[in-house]
Design a binder for this molecule. Structure first.
Ligand SMILES: Nc1ncnc2c1ncn2[C@@H]1O[C@H](COP(=O)(O)OP(=O)(O)OP(=O)(O)O)[C@@H](O)[C@H]1O
Length: 912
């Protein structure tokens, strides 16, 4: 067996190359050989003892055959146990010592370095080389290291120089550049008071580095390629004598060489290398850069440096347009700021988010709040940064940190509550990172996933009556989303640490059984609905997240932050809740292009989860306060405060006031003064409850319906009945000015104006006393059983068919009802079906109004999807047209097809 395992490891080394560390774990080998991990582990350790296999003692542990490694590193290796992958790989780097300072020279810049070396070493005088890449990616550094390499290798003699010229410095004086390069003789031009040898001559035998070569004037380029061809040139002002120089030339540019260099020059540069931008480099290299620059600063300032976890994550993630140079500058600026603000005389300097330059802070709304006094912000000493190069997956890093903390706490016998709080803060740092990382991103698939997770959480938390904020749901949804993307890495790591994870789980199950059950239910539902199998450590994290949540209590105030952007609102809400140490805010994140209507709808959905609140405080970012105000009015009966231009500071102030229990009016007044922003306050009791009555045929009929309703509803019910213009509602919908003025509770009328969120009662329902719960509920809220009975009998008396039709039309009601009855009976006969009494009553009212509408030329002439519907109901249309022909000739009207389709609605609902 030992032999088989060794051979398998040997095969892997050849097949994958030693850089693919993940292929060299006992677990991977065990899976392929179909034996247990323990057995493989045992044999591999045996082989390590025999000196045949190298072991990297990290988590997970990696194994390599010594023979293959020696071949790759091209050297004999004496040690077989290493503490980190970094230490192990650095063995192989020694050969490239000149480039050791260039981070990534063994990884993302490997081929760049190799090509550069090949160019400079090419006999006899090397080949011209062009280094191309965005600003700050290390082009100058590579050129200078290349010179050192050439000197070390004896390609360039020790006393020959490295001459660097930045062509952009001569952008306004191209002649000076030509003269500085090629030299000039005294009197060559007005200012040429003396002979000048020129830099090409100075660089003879050495290396000439022409940086920003795109600034080289065309004339100079021509002179240069002649020199590159022949090795000779004229000085300015002397066209007779040839000068000779044997320098190697390295060009660099940030521009596309094809666009900025003469084709003739380009043809003479056989090697071009491309240096990748920082964002395209592996995380591990960014971390190495971070370590190296902070370390330089630590030496300069003569202090130990620690950076907060969040600072670390921001550096890993921020897109520096100045690339490595930009990142270096930001680090230096952060150190300078921390050093200046450091009042203590301690040996260690802490770098926090607040020390970062403004242009970084501006991209992260909640970052500014995290200060040095935030004890939950874990500090990373530089040594730790150096040591963890082996693991760049952030989720795996989270897992690793959780287990290390767990084990440490176990050893020290720390109480359960403290352990939970410790673990929570580690998770919190990770979720901060996720929020930051995803601040601009929201994919459609993620949207879907977040929605489902939101549902799962809602169902489960309702079942167990716990309070969890929207933000927290969002945070855990984000985490599960991220987990789904890294599931392979996570599982691999978990499978190598099952014993320890089982211990965590056992502890949680014993100490927090209720939370454990809830978390398990969430995990099961995620698995069922999203097909994502969450591992046991994720189950532990979810359990921990539920531990200190309170029992559901309905709070009198609901405060919501609404912002555009993927996670702006949740970030602000989250940061404030944390700083206030209380669950005050929920955040609702909105797409950038969302309409106010959609916002209010989303808000409505959210409010459905809340019960019994009397104050709703909305903090919005978009300035369209007026729109929200208009649309919020009809949807809720609590006091609403809307505060504009929210930012973290403002939200924090509001949060503090709410925690202190300050009155809303006072709070609004104060923040208006302090923040010079506008607010709105809509007091619930000020709004008069109103029922609107409408009639598609005209205002007069609406008035008559309102009179009948007024007569029916007991006077003690605090509701006003207002006849209103049907057309205005159709045109303006929920934005109609009537909703600004009144708290409209329902609309009663002949045709539904379809105003979002408002109930509509067709007048025929009043006639048949059917489906009028909305009205009954309103009345019963203010009346006794007796009074309610009286109301209903009054309603029946007032809303008889004859009475209604009489009120609704100017025509003779009795005659009209007879006529429409004939039509309805005729249609029924022709269709061989009978309508229910309720539908019939509705249809009588409808047809009566229709005839009057036709006479008054107020008909509906087009409805949505008319053509499709006409096709679909062609038989009905034909039958109806025939049945209507009698009334058409009697009243001299013509019923349009759209109206026939509206009639069809009655038959459809009834016959379905
Ligand atoms: N791979 C790297 N490892 C370590 N330091 C680096 C690396 N790349 C760049 N740097 C450092 O970043 C800074 C900017 O690099 P450099 O000036 O070489 O970039 P550049 O590409 O020449 O920029 P520009 O196009 O603006 O001239 C320097 O301080 C350099 O030492």
């Amino acid at each position: 067996m030992q032999d088989t395992i060794y051979k398998e490891l040997e095969k892997r080394c050849l097949e994958y190359g030693i850089k693919e560390a993940d292929c060299f774990t006992a677990l991977k080998i065990a899976a392929d050989l179909n034996v247990s991990r323990n057995t493989v582990s045992q044999y591999l350790n045996e082989l390590v003892k025999q000196g045949k296999v190298i072991k990297i003692n990290t988590r997970p542990v990696y194994f390599y055959t010594k023979k293959e490694v020696e071949q790759v590193f091209q050297k004999t290796i004496d040690t077989v146990i290493f503490d980190s992958l970094d230490e192990f790989f650095s063995l192989g780097e020694k050969d490239t010592k000149n480039f050791a300072k260039l981070i990534g020279s063994n990884d993302s810049l490997r081929s760049v370095v190799e090509q550069c070396k090949a160019a400079i070493s090419y006999p006899d005088h090397g080949l011209p080389l062009l280094i191309h890449g965005p600003t700050g990616t290390g082009k100058s550094m590579i050129a200078s290291l290349l010179y050192e390499f050439a000197v070390d290798q004896g390609i360039i003699e020790k006393d020959k120089p490295f001459v660097s010229v930045n062509c952009s410095e001569y952008a306004n004086n191209p002649e000076l550049l030509t003269s500085n390069l090629f030299g000039h003789v005294k009197g060559a031009f007005t200012d040429a008071k003396e002979d000048n040898l020129g830099l090409i001559a100075v660089a003879d035998g050495g290396l000439l580095f022409l940086d920003e070569v795109h600034c080289l004037p065309a004339e100079c380029q021509e002179k240069l390629f002649f020199f590159m061809d022949k090795g000779m040139y004229h000085q300015l002002g002397d066209n007779e004598n040839w000068l000779y120089s044997h320098c190697r030339i390295v060009f660099a540019t940030t521009e596309d060489p094809q666009d900025v260099l003469l084709k003739t020059l380009l043809r003479r540069i056989p090697i071009m290398v491309n240096v990748p931008s920082l964002k395209d480099r592996p995380l591990i290299e960014k971390q190495q850069l971070l370590y190296s620059v902070f370390n330089e600063e630590a030496i300069r300032l003569q202090k130990n440096i620690e950076i907060s976890n969040l600072v670390y994550q921001v550096f890993m993630d921020f897109h520096f347009s100045g690339n490595v140079g930009g990142m270096k500058n930001a680090i230096k600026a952060a150190c300078a700021s921390a050093f200046l603000n450091d009042q203590s005389s301690k040996d260690t300097l802490g770098i926090y988010v607040r020390d970062l330059p403004d242009y970084i802070l501006e991209t992260f709304p909640s970052i500014q709040l995290k200060g040095g006094d935030d004890t939950r912000d874990i500090m990373i000493p530089l040594s730790k940064l150096k040591g963890s190069f082996g693991n760049s997956n952030m989720l795996v890093q989270l897992y690793h940190r959780l287990l290390v903390r767990f084990e440490k706490n176990q050893q020290e016998n720390i109480p359960f509550a403290m352990l939970v709080s410790d673990l929570k803060s580690i998770v919190q740092n990770y979720t901060d990172y996720l929020l930051y990382k995803n601040r601009y991103r929201k994919k459609v698939s993620e949207n879907y996933l977040l929605k489902i997770l939101d549902k799962i959480y809602s169902i489960v938390i309702n079942k167990y009556s716990i309070t969890i904020s929207n933000n927290e749901i969002n945070i855990y949804a984000n985490m599960i989303n991220e987990y789904a993307k890294n599931v392979i890495d996570a599982k691999m790591w978990v499978s190598s640490n099952t014993t320890e994870i089982d211990k965590v789980l056992e502890l949680l199950e014993n100490h927090a059984p209720r939370e454990f059950v809830i978390a398990r239910e969430i995990v099961d539902n995620v698995e069922l609905n999203l097909d994502v199998e969450l591992d046991n450590l994720m189950l532990s994290i979810l359990t921990i997240s539920l531990i200190s949540l309170e029992k559901m209590e309905s709070s009198a105030t609901v405060a919501v932050i609404l912002c555009h952007g993927y996670s702006t609102a949740s970030s602000i809400a989250n940061a404030c809740n944390r700083l206030l140490d209380a669950y005050v805010f929920d955040g609702i994140d909105m797409e950038l292009t969302v309409t106010t209507e959609k916002i209010v709808k989303q808000l409505n959905e959210y409010l459905k989860r809340k019960t019994g609140f009397k104050e709703l405080i909305l903090l919005v970012d978009m300035g369209s306060l007026e729109d929200i105000y208009k649309q919020m009015k009809p949807i809720t009966d609590c006091n609403i405060s809307i505060i504009n231009n929210v930012n973290t500071k403002l939200a924090l102030q509001v949060g503090e006031d709410l925690v202190k229990g300050k009155s809303t009016i006072m709070m609004l007044q104060e923040i208006e003064d302090t923040f010079t922003i506008s607010t709105k306050y809509i007091e619930a009791k000020e709004r008069q409850k109103v029922i609107l009555t409408i009639c598609a045929t005209g205002f007069g009929a609406a008035k008559k319906i309102s009179e009948l309703l007024y007569d029916s509803i007991p006077k003690k019910v605090p509701v006003t009945i207002i006849p209103y213009d049907y057309q205005s509602l159709i045109e303006n919908g929920i934005n109609d000015p009537v909703f600004l003025k009144y708290d409209v509770v329902m609309i009663v009328g002949t045709l539904d104006p379809r105003v979002d969120t408002l109930p509509f009662i067709p007048v025929e329902n009043l006639v048949m006393n059917n489906d009028i719960d909305t009205l009954n509920n309103l009345i019963s809220e203010y009346t006794s059983v007796e009074e309610m009975k009286a109301f209903q009998s009054k309603l029946m008396k007032n809303f008889t068919l004859l009475n209604i039709v009489n009120h609704l039309t100017i025509l003779n009601a009795e005659k009209l009802i007879d006529d429409v009855e004939d039509v309805v009976v005729d249609i029924e006969k022709r269709l061989n079906s009978e309508l229910s009494m309720i539908t019939k009553a509705g249809l009588y009212v409808h047809l009566s109004c229709l005839i009057e509408r036709l006479i008054l030329r107020n008909e509906v002439s087009y409805i949505e999807h008319q053509e499709e519907k006409l096709k679909k109901y062609s038989k009905f249309v034909e039958v109806c047209q025939e049945a209507l022909s009698v009334v058409e000739s009697r009243y001299s009207v013509e019923v349009p097809e759209a109206e026939i389709l509206l009639i069809q609605n009655y038959f459809k609902t009834d016959l379905d």
